[in-house]
Design a protein. Sequence first.
Length: 228
Amino acid sequence: MANLSETELYAPIKSFLEGQGYTVKGEIGSVDVMAVRGEEPPVLIEMKTAFSLALFHQGIARQSMSDTVYIAVPRGKGRRFLTALKANTSLCRRLGLGLLTVRLQDGFVEAHLDPAPYKPRKSKHRLNRLLREFSRRDGDPSTGGTRGAIVTAYRQDAEKVAHYLLLNGPSAGREIAKATGVARATAIMAANHYGWFARISRGLYGITDTGEAAAQARENVDPVPVQN
């Protein structure tokens, strides 16, 4: 692709649009390709030899002149191009841009997406999951944008359970739940995602060395009552 020129895309795109009844001309003002058909809004196309941020910037800029704007790139080969095509088709959909690819071997032009206003489908389930996590999390323990460990509400609950066991020794899930307010205490100890808990007997759990370290390192722990 390094030796390609944008002009190599022009003839196939011109032929493609003329086949649909458009009159096509190149380099009209700042626009790479402009196509007109009767009284319809003009079609504006920006071409590049590969996907780039500059190409999207140009496409967005042309939307101030027409709602029917496409970007066009050569059709590549292999999984890497298909992955890029999928991602950039999604981006075009969000931006309201159309997307064309040109197979330079034979001039085949494929319209992967036509311009249209973006109407994202909302996921009520995913939103409710976020809201539940937000409401369950104590304080604001994780810095936004972090790439490190995220302190989830589940981890906070596990820390409360571990802290209780550290102070009180082996205990039943029901009494831990009552003392700490962690309703899922038994489920957390049974799942043992962090390796902090050890099942001693039916319904009775203790804390491992790893769990003790996590409980001791916990900061700003809500007071947990010690059972007499």
